[in-house]
Design a protein around this ligand. Structure first.
Ligand code: HAM
Length: 437
C-alpha cells in the first residue's frame, strides 16, 4: 500500500514555498517595524496548559487536540501559540527584565478539525503577543498592523470586526444573559449547544452548527452590559481606529473560540467569498488574566494569529524561480572533478550554479541547461581540459567562446556582471568525522 500524508495535513512543495516565503517576509518586515522579536517555543506542551487557558468547554479542547501520554506525562501538540508563549514568558520571568515585551512566532499548529478548504489539521500561524501594555493604544496599533500585513501581500478587501468582552465578572453576567436568551430556544439548538447552555453559553455564539444560527442572531450583545471602565477602553479604541482611518464593524456577538479573552477582540475576514465559512484570515484579542493564572504577576496582554494557508489562497500565483546563473557540464571524470571545484569557487562569489554529475552526453546536458533557463552553460571535455580552457555558452545571446580555466571563475563573474568576491570566504576546512559537523 502506498503511504500518503495524514488527512488534513499537506505537503508544501518548493514551487509553493516561494509564495510562503513572500508572505512570511511581509509579516516579519511589518512586525519588526513595531519592535517585535521572534520567539520559538516547543511544539509539545503539557496538556493542562491548553485545558486551563483555552478552556474545557471549547471545541479546541473538547474535540480537536492531539493529546497523548508518554513516560507518565500528559502532552499535547500545540493547537495555538498564545498559551505556550505566555508559559515561556512566565517561566523565564521576562516581566522582571522588561516592562513591555513584543514577541512574534511562525509555525505549525495542530487541530483535529474536519478538513475543508481553508481548514486543516496541520496549519501554519504567524502571530504576535504584546505583553505589559493595557491598551487601548496597543490594541489599535495591533489591529492596524494586521491590516498592513495583509495589504503588503495584496489583500485589501477585508472586513475588520471588533468587540469587547469586558473584564472581571462581566463574563458571568453575560453568560447569565445568554442563558436567559437561549433557554426558551433550547429544543432548536444543536446537541453541543444544548450541553453548553449549562457549561458555557458563550461558546454557543461561535457554534458552527446550522441549527444554532437563528437563535444566535437574536442573542443579546455584550456591549450593552459593559462596565464603565471597559466601555471607556472600547470607546477609546474606536477613536484611535478612526484616527488611523481604519474602517471596522462593531460585532457584539463576536466571542472567538477560546476562553482566555478579555476586553478587546478582533477578527479580519476576507470578503472575497472564496473561503466560504473559513473566512477568518486572522483573529486575536486581549488576554489580561493569562499571565497571572500561569503563576506570574498581573500583566495585561494582547495578541493575534493569522492562518497562513487561508491568506496564501488569496494571494497571486508565485513567479517561477529564475534558473541558475551558470550550468556546469563536464564530460568525463577528470572534467567532473575540475568543475566540482569551479562550482565551489563560483558560489563563493555569490553565483548560483549547478554541476551536472550524472555522466550525460553533451547534448543532454545542454538541453537541461536550456530547460532550466540558465544564463550561461560552461562545457568542459577532455580536449578542453588538455588545453586548459573552458567553453562558455551564453544561452540567451546564443554565443559561445573559450576562456582560460585558471581564471574561469573571475571571467564568468565578469560576464554575469557580478562584483568580484561577492561572498565571504568559505568556512575553514573541518574534520569530516566530527559528528556535529
Ligand atoms: P484562532 O482564531 O483560533 O486564534 O486562530 C487564528 C487563525 O488561525 C484563524 O483566524 C485562522 O486564520 C487560522 N486557523 C485556525 N484554525 C485553522 C485550521 N484548522 N486550518 C487553517 N487555519 C486555521 C488563535 O489561535 C489565537 N492564539 C490568536 C491569538 C494570539 N490571540 C491572542 N494572541
Amino acid at each position: 500500500m502506498q503511504l500518503r500524508a495524514v488527512r488534513g495535513m499537506k505537503d508544501i512543495l518548493p514551487e509553493q514555498v516561494r509564495l510562503w516565503h513572500r508572505l512570511e517576509r511581509a509579516f516579519c518586515d511589518v512586525v519588526r517595524l513595531y519592535g517585535y522579536e521572534e520567539v520559538r517555543t516547543p511544539l509539545l506542551e503539557a496538556t493542562q496548559l491548553f485545558v486551563r487557558q483555552i478552556g474545557e468547554d471549547t471545541d479546541v479542547v473538547e474535540k480537536e487536540m492531539y493529546s497523548f501520554e508518554r513516560h507518565g506525562d500528559a502532552l499535547t501538540v500545540r493547537p495555538e501559540g498564545t498559551a505556550g508563549a505566555a508559559r515561556a514568558y512566565v517561566q523565564h520571568s521576562v516581566y522582571a527584565r522588561e516592562p513591555v515585551t513584543r514577541w512574534y512566532y511562525l509555525g505549525p499548529m495542530f487541530r483535529a478539525e474536519r478538513p475543508a478548504k481553508g481548514r486543516y489539521r496541520q496549519f501554519f500561524q504567524a502571530g504576535c503577543e504584546h505583553l505589559g501594555d493595557p491598551g487601548p493604544l496597543a490594541d489599535a496599533e495591533m489591529i492596524h498592523m494586521t491590516a498592513q500585513i495583509l495589504a503588503r501581500v495584496g489583500i485589501e478587501d477585508v472586513a475588520i470586526h471588533i468587540n469587547s468582552l469586558g473584564s472581571g465578572d462581566m463574563r458571568e453576567r453575560y453568560r447569565a444573559a445568554l442563558r436567559d436568551h437561549f433557554t426558551p430556544l433550547r429544543a432548536s439548538l444543536s446537541a453541543d449547544s444544548q450541553r453548553r447552555l449549562e457549561t458555557n453559553p458563550l461558546r454557543i455564539l461561535d457554534s458552527k452548527a446550522a441549527a444554532d444560527r437563528a437563535a444566535v442572531a437574536g442573542a443579546p450583545s455584550i456591549l450593552d452590559l459593559l462596565e464603565p471602565a471597559d466601555a471607556e477602553h472600547f470607546a477609546t479604541l474606536r477613536r484611535y481606529l478612526d484616527r488611523l482611518g481604519i474602517d471596522y464593524v462593531v460585532d457584539g456577538r463576536l466571542v472567538r473560540g477560546l476562553d482566555y479573552y478579555t476586553r478587546t477582540l478582533f477578527e479580519l475576514k476576507t470578503r472575497s467569498g472564496e473561503l466560504g465559512s473559513q473566512d477568518a484570515l486572522l483573529g486575536g484579542g486581549r488576554y489580561d488574566g493569562m499571565v497571572r493564572s500561569l503563576g506570574g504577576p498581573e500583566v495585561p496582554a494582547i495578541g493575534f494569529a493569522m492562518g497562513l494557508e487561508r491568506i496564501l489562497s488569496l494571494m497571486a500565483e508565485p513567479e517561477a524561480m529564475a534558473g541558475p546563473d551558470c550550468y556546469l557540464a563536464p564530460l568525463g571524470e577528470a572534467a567532473r572533478a575540475e568543475l566540482l571545484s569551479l562550482g565551489t569557487e563560483l558560489r563563493r562569489r555569490g553565483i548560483r550554479c549547478e554541476v551536472d554529475g550524472r555522466g550525460l552526453s553533451l547534448r543532454a546536458m545542454l538541453r537541461r541547461a536550456n530547460a532550466m533557463d540558465s544564463r550561461l552553460c560552461a562545457l568542459l571535455g577532455e580536449d578542453e581540459l588538455a588545453q586548459g580552457v573552458l567553453t562558455v555558452k551564453d544561452l540567451n545571446a546564443r554565443q559561445q567562446d573559450e576562456i582560460r580555466l585558471d581564471d574561469a571563475a573571475e571571467r564568468i563573474a565578469d560576464r554575469l556582471g557580478r562584483p568580484p568576491a561577492a561572498m565571504p570566504s568559505p568556512l575553514p576546512a573541518r574534520n569530516t568525522d566530527d559528528p556535529d559537523g
